[in-house]
Design a protein around this ligand. Structure first.
Ligand SMILES: [Zn+2]
Ligand SMILES: [Zn+2]
Length: 56
């Protein structure tokens, strides 16, 4: 199922096309990119930040 990802620092995912609304995201206000991955990895297109705290 197609979804839309932010490749900025907030690593946002949306079910609908649009722009990133993440406050302070490095791509805030930029268009989300369409993605159709099934494993949630987005083909590695989102940035990886292993210093992030794991949430959930
Ligand atoms: Zn973003
Ligand atoms: Zn994806």
């Amino acid at each position: 199922m197609t979804h839309y990802i932010c490749t900025g620092t907030d690593k946002g995912v949306s079910d609908t096309p649009g722009v990133c609304g993440g406050e302070g995201c490095s791509k805030e206000g930029e268009s989300l990119e369409a993605c159709d991955c099934a494993d949630g990895k987005h083909y590695g297109r989102q940035i990886h930040n292993h210093n992030d705290e794991e949430v959930g």
